[in-house]
Design a binder for this molecule. Structure first.
Ligand code: NAI
Length: 689
């Protein structure tokens, strides 16, 4: 009985229709090309080849899609036969034509499979692409060889190196598809297969692509730049070029060898880890798995940097937005910023004028609090001061409709205290966006002590609606991201006192892969915010704690960062000096003297390890506190919100690659040099989770 059930649920189902073998892939949710799918396809092709009354085959996806990629879980281990190249080889060796019928997505192995068939037909709206490079590998089943024979070298290079997804219409123009149909995919595919009877049309037999060398060099350079010179990008460029310079089978073998080599690299493992971490991050814990409240209109209070960015994100998602401000001038400035954003997108050709007009039409602005009553969701983005936030939440409570979800965008303040200003703390949560809010993917969804499950579920749903990466966090100082970033920055400041110059630290961390080092970042965002927070905390700071006063010294001299023309670096015409100047070095030297430190240069690797270890330690502490639901969420936060290099997987992934004893030993040393107040975490839960 059980055996039968298993058989019926097989990943590939076949059916004969008018002498055509219909081969349907059934591996929900995305028909990933797993071992079961590959075996099923191989058997089906054998059936087609061996039955004299079968004239052709059609491969089609059951459910929502054709095949949106391979099963990544298999990629960490030796791949089992049949591997995808053997399946495609069987299709090519079969004397009867096979048609690929695409809908939904044909990505990665899905597109490679389709390109290995004799013809391709797709439903309008289907997307096609080879995203392997974004996972640190290259296509390994002929994608780099068959794609250029149709789309040309330069366009293929762009597609393969960026992982770009193209729509069916463009794919048809590139001759990747033979037909695009509006409906009845299966019927049209069967007709196409019948019309091909007796013929094979293998892409492998087509002449290799030739292309203008200059154009190709240009495409390669652009791809390298965009791909930050990562190994997979380099390998992809070479593989695509092989299509023009090597015999087909030789190029195919080379592609496979490179694929196998990259597949087991740490970089590919890091990118797979991040892929799964992002997928898991949006999963709610059991106690909040409840339907979300419906959100159609949003009111945003405070039309400053964050308020306007959030407004754009909400308008882009099709919501109605009301901007609310304390004074008319600020309101007008905010509204103008939103409109200017859309105008510039249109001018750059990135947005249709009609789409911009539709977004602008959904934007309202007011200084009248009674207008709040229409909103399903209220997001507060006023100054980061508790007194101001409390006053604003009292007003929100007075005007918002019953059942509206009330959110604060605070970076550090206590969400419970803010909620307590209302009569409905169950409706209050934190929605911590990152700047620029219409660009940055990360959204920390902060759970207050009294936040209702459906309000949290709504926060996560809003994140998805705004095309963000929502991560659930507990209500603790700095939530996940800022708390870890603070520990990291503090450690970098220790290193200044210990002997490094700002550029040593920045260069080392940029070499690790951060887009910008911490002192360049600090200058860019302005040192005054941190200065203000430090002064506010003076009274409560433990005097025995190691406190680096360099930033305060810079601010006292008016060196507030890039906007002031000087900070850790000096700026001429907005251009950063490559090294810190004499004033800064003197300030840093004096700080070292004061602490009795004899300055000694720090090697780049030592800087990287100290900075990362500080992150890892804080990550373990906040995991133990329950601020993060799962260790991998921390990696998502750092990669999506703080410029941690994706190909390094995040601090947790990094820590798991290191020797545990070495990490613990170095952590003890960090604790010694940090002095009082540095808590050494137990790394076990982080490393073993
Ligand atoms: P901002 O100073 O650019 O904008 C704040 C706006 O709020 C101003 O336009 C002001 O007129 C308005 N406002 C102040 N009091 C008000 C009141 N009582 N009623 C109505 N409007 C009022 O500040 P920004 O940078 O947009 O920050 C806002 C919030 O977002 C803060 O809580 C901040 O910590 C947080 N945040 C800021 C980030 C950033 O990078 N700037 C990143 C993430 C969060």
């Amino acid at each position: 009985m059980e055996m039968n059930l298993h058989k019926n649920q097989s990943a590939v189902r076949t059916e004969v229709i008018n002498h055509i073998l219909l081969i349907e892939i059934n591996n929900p949710p995305i028909n990933a090309g797993s071992l079961a799918v590959r075996s099923g396809l191989r058997d089906a092709i054998a059936q087609l080849a061996g039955a004299p009354d079968l004239h052709a085959g059609v491969i089609i996806g059951g459910g929502a899609t054709f095949m949106a990629g391979s099963d990544l879980r298999e990629f960490g281990q030796p791949l089992q036969e049949p591997q995808l190249p053997s399946v495609i080889a069987a299709i090519e060796a079969c004397s009867k034509p096979v048609v690929a019928a695409l809908h939904g997505a044909a990505l990665g192995g899905g597109l490679e499979l389709a390109l290995g068939c004799d013809a391709r037909i797709a439903l309008a709206g289907t997307v096609l692409g080879l995203p392997e490079v974004t996972l640190g590998i290259i296509p390994g089943a002929g994608g780099t060889q068959r794609l250029p024979r149709r789309a040309g070298l330069a366009r293929s290079l762009q597609m393969v190196c960026s992982g770009e997804r193209i729509k069916a219409d463009e794919a048809k123009a590139l001759r990747l598809l033979d037909q695009v149909v509006a409906s009845d995919l299966q019927q049209h595919a069967l007709a196409l297969a019948a019309s091909l009877t007796g013929r094979k049309c293998r892409i492998r037999d087509e002449s290799p692509p030739t292309e203008d060398a200059a154009l190709l060099a240009q495409a390669a350079q652009a791809a390298l730049r965009a791909g930050k010179g990562r190994p997979a990008v380099l390998a992809a460029i070479e593989a695509v070029r092989d299509a023009a310079r090597l015999p087909f089978d030789e190029a195919l073998a080379r592609e496979r060898a490179v694929f196998q080599q990259l597949r087991v690299s740490t970089e590919a493992a890091a990118l797979r880890h991040q892929f799964f971490a992002e997928r898991d991050a949006v999963r709610l814990p059991a106690d909040v798995k409840t339907p979300a409240r419906q959100i159609r209109s949003v009111a945003i209070i405070g039309a400053g940097t964050m308020g306007t960015g959030i407004a754009i994100a909400a308008l882009d998602a099709g919501l109605s937005v009301l901007l609310l401000e304390q004074d008319a001038a600020a309101l007008q400035r905010g509204q103008e910023r939103v409109v200017a954003h859309y105008q510039s997108r249109v001018a750059q050709g990135k947005l249709q004028a009609s789409a911009a007009a539709s977004n602008e039409a959904r934007l309202q602005a007011s200084t009248d609090w009674s207008a709040l009553a229409q909103a399903d969701l209220v997001i507060e983005a006023v100054f980061e001061e508790m007194a101001v936030k409390l006053e604003v939440f009292r007003k929100i409570d007075a005007h918002a409709r019953a059942g509206a979800v009330l959110a604060t965008n605070t970076s550090y303040l206590d969400v419970n205290a803010i909620a307590s200003a209302t009569q409905r703390p169950q409706d209050v949560l934190g929605l911590h966006f990152f700047s620029p809010a219409n660009v940055m993917k990360l959204l920390e969804v902060v759970r207050g002590a009294q936040t209702a499950p459906d309000v949290l579920a709504t926060g996560m749903a809003v994140g998805k609606l705004l095309r963000k990466m929502p991560v659930l966090c507990g209500n603790a100082f700095g939530f996940i991201g800022n708390r870890i970033y603070n520990a990291y920055r503090k450690q970098c400041e220790f290193m200044l006192e210990d002997g490094a110059w700002p550029e040593d630290v920045d260069r080392a961390l940029e070499a690790f892969g951060f887009a910008m080092g911490p002192f360049t970042v600090a200058d860019l965002s302005g040192l005054d915010i941190a200065w203000r927070m430090r002064r506010a905390a003076t009274a409560t700071r433990d005097p025995r704690e190691r406190y680096v006063a360099i930033l305060d010294g810079l601010c006292e001299q008016g060196r507030l960062g890039r906007k002031a023309g000087a900070g850790y670096y000096s700026y001429t015409d907005g251009k950063k000096s490559p090294v810190s100047d004499a004033t800064v070095r003197q300030l840093i030297g004096a700080a070292s003297d004061k602490r009795g430190i004899r300055r000694a240069a720090l090697a780049a690797e030592a800087i990287q390890r100290r900075a990362l270890l500080a992150m890892v330690n804080e990550a373990a502490l906040l995991l133990a506190d329950g601020v993060a639901q799962r260790a991998s969420d921390i990696d998502v936060v750092l990669v999506q919100g703080y410029g941690f290099p994706r190909w390094q997987g995040g601090p947790v992934f990094w820590a798991r690659q290191q020797d545990r004893a070495a990490l613990e030993h170095e952590l003890q040393q960090l604790a010694l040099s940090a002095g009082h107040g540095f808590t050494v975490a137990d790394l076990s839960p982080l490393l073993n989770a």
